[in-house]
Ligand binder design. Structure first.
Ligand code: SF4
Length: 178
């Protein structure tokens, strides 16, 4: 996908995510889509937003605190527009659930499936993965989508992208394929 398309996708997902956050926060405040995009361009903020245990208010505080523009994610960390677009799409999907987490049994089943999967691997040695690993306390990623496994398994809207080997229509987490 071109950088222009990624930019368009970022803005689209940011608008949806900020509208969802506004709805969840009610009278407590507004989060602009510009602030959301800035958060997903700031590696420190992005790492904190990857910490699934945070409350909605904490998430809002992270997004609305001053961004450190000297620490922007640069192309070469991965592909910057790709990270931002993917991060915002996942964030919006999660926001729609009210930032719900998976039940402990569901989380355990997901992690168990991942650790037995051939796509489960160490993250490449890249700044963005090093930062997020500090928060999630794990450097394992899914080799299909590049997501941090610990994060996606903990949030209710996380998904496994690979088809189950024996159960049509299900992922390797034994949940419906996206
Ligand atoms: S998310 Fe699915 S494909 Fe990725 S490592 Fe886990 S089980 Fe394997």
């Amino acid at each position: 996908m071109s950088t222009k398309n990624h930019l368009h996708e970022n803005i689209h997902n940011s608008r949806l995510a900020s509208e969802t956050l506004d709805y969840i926060l009610g009278e407590d405040g507004t989060v602009s889509w510009e602030e959301l995009i800035a958060s997903f361009n700031d590696p420190d903020k992005l790492a904190l937003l990857y910490d699934p245990g945070r409350s909605v208010d904490e998430i809002k505080d992270i997004i609305t605190s001053d961004a450190d523009s000297s620490k922007e994610i640069h192309a070469g960390d991965l592909s910057s527009p790709q990270i931002v677009a993917k991060g915002l799409a996942a964030f919006w999907k999660w926001a729609k659930t009210g930032f719900e987490l998976a039940e402990p049994a569901q989380y355990e089943a997901r992690i168990n499936a991942c650790t037995n999967c051939e796509y489960y691997r160490d993250a490449p040695d890249m700044p963005i993965y090093r930062l997020v690993s500090k928060v999630t306390k794990s450097n394992k990623i899914c080799g299909v989508c590049g997501c941090m496994v610990e994060k996606k398994a903990r949030i209710i809207s996380g998904t496994c992208p690979a088809a189950h080997q024996a159960q049509p229509g299900l992922s390797r987490w034994e949940e419906p394929l996206d």
